[in-house]
Design a protein. Structure first.
Lengths: 614, 393
């Protein structure tokens, strides 16, 4: 063998000069014959790869035996990867960048259903800024576009410089059935760009160097777990919906409508079964209704419904348009409803799930291409290294440290009137416009509200309402007062608590809940994106919709009972008596507006004075 | 990325060492531009994206559903429309072996269809969407026109492959698109399962992983969307055990389509192996073979047989046989016959014309009989000899 090789090379050297002499004019001709556009494209491609390379992360477990890939998305060191990459690495993976350095990292948020994880690389010194890749818009990606995948297939790179592959987008908005029990790829991007074990969690870029997806799965059958020309990337727009949740250290869940649809003879999606405790049912959706669109995406067959729903986090409220045949009138009625989506994972599950404990391998799991090279030890992994300083385990959370961080950021931005302290009784006065259910016309009444942090008193025209939300045995009728509001008094009580006591007002905790859409006028057109705080107190849960950048609370939903409609308050600044308080509070319950409170006067009274006055 | 790599071979061909360099440069410079002007490349000049082409071609592609569904045999495959009245060209496979063939068109509609003609030797089949379907008639169907000349392709050319691999798409969902380069134009030595592939003609070997479950019958097109081939089956190279990604050139199928369409396609004549009746006949029926070593007693002697002529009778016990040596040397060898089975093994290979000698025990004497093997009477072609027939020697 050695001899033969030597012989070959000898021939090569003997003839190579002649060959070169013969070929050189051809070579020159070819290079000059290349269309300048080809060269320009090549240079552009090289430039894009140079630009994106520093943002690509090689993710390892602490022993460097297994791992995958990731991508930095901001200068603080937040990076996206797959859930199934950090599952075996434990809460503190190690990350290599193309500068050849190994960085400590910590798991921030986990999306087990969507197979996404957010991790944070720990800066080696204060003020250190990480290179990162901008996020693109995956809705503009089309089949036939070019794409670039980067990562660490087969954990090849010892210097952490990524392997870059180039290929075509084969399809978009693809749906891949759950592998095992929950892992599900919805609305994903199908690529022929080569991805292999170790590419998992790595970025898929467009030719502008923007992240359009996170590579994580492929279709295989008999050829083993290597590239089969059919890979899948989780679309970045789906991840954007969850990014707030992930930054908030949450263990997130995906959405379902609470209804099952089937494809009818005409190829459209019809509701086949619906849970009566679902919000979709309360909003009026019934069996045999045809789902026309979800979040403005037209729905064809039933698969597509599941595909579209999967990109939303549980609890999001999104517009659903349905059609129903009105048999009496013999016509088709089309209606838009705003539906609060249910979760996929049973609610009890997060409670006893310990996020730091790797899950048991799921039976019958479809092999993912990017399945990290498996690690033998399956015992719970302890946080280690620098990342351990940023890791607080807590049931139901991926990493509670980051939930506190985000909650503090939001609370710090919210208005907190200096004089309206917890020890004072708030006396609020003004008029309320009530909407008559029959005529729909507003009727005006004066109101007076007294909130002391324990009980709520409301004088509405001639009638007095009073409730003490946390008193044992408080009748549900009192909690729902005034009638038709769904629990306005309780809602106002917790609004006061947020402003005065912030998180201390919720004895079972106030947690950051990521991004959620909010509809100030109750229609899909009024949608704004808000950041959410979820408070739990006694039997009540309260969801606050905030805009920290505008330093305001947009509204809240107060749930008196589980699986029932909340009382909704929508706050508008409009000429209030105090600059930090909203001048107008709209009250909604179910599908209707109950009334609008116009705040005219605010008095702060010491509790003793209040009792004397009475 | 505008990929005009297909221009490379043209410039390479025009240049030969020894001609003045200035001429090369001029020629080399002109050639690509000539190609450029003649055939505007399809990818978007700004992004190099094929998205427009991919979208435009989807109406000409179908998803086919038929028989199968168990391991190794998909119950779906891919196909291309080749006429405005719903003729579909696909690769012949067990998927089509059903009365209940259905296609999903790009607009999500479902249609029943029938097999018009199939040619296993070309590995190709033509289907027709059933006329009775009213929805179908209203559709303006787009199709690949096989009457148009098919562009010549060469090794190194870029192609796009469309298929419903892994059944990723149903109804209106678009088929998968992959990019490939023609790596070789050659014949195929491959196997599928344990069977040799029937198609022996020229194929395009592709460098992409285009032949996945259910890809067969998909379209291979040029960068300008011209149909040049049908994606083949999932096959493995017999020598290396590696999977082969290949496509059948459309040129090789045009004659089939034209004839099948006109309704006068006759399947190619397969060279059927002629089985010559070389089995011999002695006319001896032994007792039923019931034991491990059933003694080879004669049960019956057939009339007009060599056995009758030699004088063998029922109840004779075959003791020894002398027959031509198996090495074909013309010598004889002798065997003591242990059992019915042993007799069968010894005499089965005998051809007509062979002369043998049998020693039998009849009561208390040993008798030597000479027999000449004759052609078996009433032998049917291609029917394997059953146990009984063998015993009837």
């Amino acid at each position: 063998m050695g001899k033969r090789a030597g012989f070959t090379s000898l021939i090569m050297s003997r003839w190579s000069s002649t060959l070169l002499a013969l070929l050189s004019p051809v070579a020159i001709a070819i290079s000059s014959a290349l269309d300048p556009i080809v060269l320009q494209d090549e240079n552009q491609r090289v430039a894009v790869i140079d630009k994106l390379t520093p943002s690509v992360v090689a993710v390892f477990d602490r022993n460097g035996r297994g791992g995958g890939s990731g991508v930095l998305i901001d200068e603080e060191g937040y990076a996206l990867t797959n859930f199934h990459v950090v599952q075996p690495t434990g809460p503190t993976p190690r990350c290599g960048l193309s500068d050849g350095q190994l960085y400590d990292a910590v798991v921030v948020g986990l999306d087990p259903v969507g197979d996404v994880a957010l991790i944070k690389l720990i800066p080696p010194k204060p003020g250190f800024k990480f290179p990162y890749a901008p996020l693109g818009d995956s809705d503009t990606v089309r089949a036939g576009d070019w794409s670039i995948a980067a990562g660490n297939p087969f954990l090849l790179a010892t210097d952490f410089r990524p392997t870059v592959t180039f290929g075509l987008v084969s399809g978009v908005r693809r749906y891949q059935y759950p592998a095992g029990t929950i892992l599900e790829y919805t609305d994903c991007i199908q690529i022929d760009t080569s991805i292999n074990p170790g590419n998992s969690g790595g970025p898929l870029f467009n030719l502008r160097g923007e992240v359009i997806g996170i590579n994580g799965r492929g279709s295989f059958e008999k050829r083993g777990r290597i590239n089969s020309g059919v890979g899948y990337a989780i679309s970045i727009n789906q991840i954007k919906n969850f990014l707030g949740h992930l930054r908030g250290g949450l263990l997130v869940d995906h959405a379902t409508l609470g209804a099952v649809a089937r494809t009818g003879e005409d190829g459209r999606a019809y509701v086949f079964d619906i849970l009566e405790r679902s919000d979709a049912y309360r909003r009026g959706l019934r069996t045999d209704d045809r789902i026309v669109s979800v979040n403005d995406r037209p729905i064809g067959n039933a698969n597509q419904l599941q595909n579209v729903l999967g990109i939303f986090p549980r609890g999001w409220r999104i517009p659903v348009v349905y059609e129903r045949v009105d048999k009496e009138e013999n016509r088709i009625v089309r209606k838009e409803i705003l539906v609060r989506l249910m979760g996929l994972i049973p609610r009890e599950l997060p409670e006893d799930r310990k996020p730091e404990k790797p899950e048991e391998p799921k039976p019958g799991e479809k092999p993912a291409p990017g399945k990290p090279i498996p690690i033998k030890s399956r015992k719970p992994m302890k946080p280690e290294g620098e990342g351990a300083k940023y890791y607080v385990p807590r049931p139901g959370f991926a990493n509670y440290y980051f939930n506190e961080l985000e909650r503090k950021r939001v609370l710090a931005a919210l208005p907190r009137p200096q004089d309206m302290t917890a020890d004072k009784v708030w006396v609020l006065q003004g008029e309320v416009e009530l909407y008559d259910e029959l005529t729909g016309k507003p009727v005006q009444h004066p109101f007076k509200l007294e909130l002391d942090g324990k009980k709520v008193l409301m004088k509405l025209g001639p009638i007095d309402y009073q409730t003490e939300p946390l008193r044992v045995g408080e009748p549900i009728g009192n909690l729902r007062q005034p009638p038709g509001s769904g629990g306005l008094l309780v809602a106002l009580h917790y609004w006061r608590l947020l402003l005065t006591d912030q998180d201390k007002g919720f004895e079972q905790g106030l947690h950051y809940g990521g991004y959620e859409p909010f509809y100030p006028d109750g229609t899909s057109k009024s949608r704004i994106l808000t950041e959410v705080l979820n408070g739990t107190s006694g039997p009540f849960t309260v969801k606050f919709f905030t805009r920290p950048q505008e330093k305001r609370v947009c509204g809240l939903e107060c749930y008196i009972e589980e699986d029932a409609d909340p009382c909704e308050l929508i706050f508008t600044a409009a000429n209030g008596p105090k600059p930090d308080l909203p001048g107008k509070v709209e009250v909604r319950f179910g599908d209707r507006r109950w009334g609008t409170l116009h705040l005219r006067k605010v008095e702060l009274v010491q509790p003793e004075a209040e009792s004397e006055k009475r | 990325m505008t990929s005009r790599y297909s221009q490379l071979p043209s410039s390479r061909r025009t240049n030969r060492p020894g001609i003045a360099q200035g001429v090369f440069v001029l020629l080399a410079w002109l050639c690509p531009w000539a190609t450029f002007i003649l055939a505007q490349p399809l990818p978007d000049p700004h992004t190099g994206s094929f998205a427009q082409l991919v979208r435009d071609l989807q109406p000409k592609l179908v998803k086919i559903y038929g028989a199968g569904g168990y391991i190794g045999v998909t119950d779906w495959c891919s196909g291309v429309l080749v006429s405005p009245d719903g003729l579909i060209l696909t690769v012949y496979s067990p998927t089509l072996d059903t009365e209940n063939l259905r296609v999903h068109l790009y607009d999500g509609t479902r249609h029943e269809c029938d097999l018009v003609a199939a040619e296993p030797l070309l590995d190709v089949a033509l289907l027709r969407i059933r006329d009775g379907d009213k929805k179908f008639r209203e559709l303006p169907l787009e199709y690949f026109d096989l009457n148009q000349p098919t562009p010549k392709v060469q090794v190194g050319d870029w192609v796009l492959a469309f298929s419903n691999c892994f059944q990723i798409a149903t109804r209106e969902e678009p088929l998968t698109v992959q990019r490939s380069v023609i790596a070789a134009i050659t014949t195929l030595a491959a196997r599928r399962g344990i069977h040799e592939l029937p198609y022996q003609g020229t194929v395009y070997i592709l460098d992409g992983i285009t032949n996945n479950p259910g890809s067969h019958g998909g379209a291979v097109v040029t960068r300008r969307g011209e149909l040049i081939g049908l994606i083949g089956k999932e096959v493995r190279n017999t020598l290396t055990e590696t999977w082969v990604n290949y496509a059948i050139p459309i040129e090789a199928l045009k004659d089939f389509v034209a004839k099948a369409r006109a309704g006068n396609y006759k399947p190619l004549e397969r060279k059927k192996p002629v089985i010559e009746d070389r089995g011999g006949f002695l006319g001896i029926v032994l007792v039923p073979n019931l034991l491990d070593r059933t003694p080879p007693y004669i049960d019956e002697v057939l009339p007009d047989s060599p056995a009758e002529k030699a004088g063998l009778r029922p109840d004779d016990l075959i003791v020894m046989v002398r027959l031509p040596a198996r090495d074909g040397s013309g010598t004889y060898e002798e065997h003591v016959v242990h059992s019915v089975r042993h007799w069968r093994d010894l005499t089965l290979p005998l051809e007509p014309g062979a002369k043998i000698q049998v020693i039998v025990r009849r009561q208390q004497q040993l008798l030597r009989m000479d027999l000449e093997v004759v052609r078996r009477p009433g032998f049917r072609l291609n029917k394997p000899a059953t146990d009984k027939a063998a015993d009837q020697q």
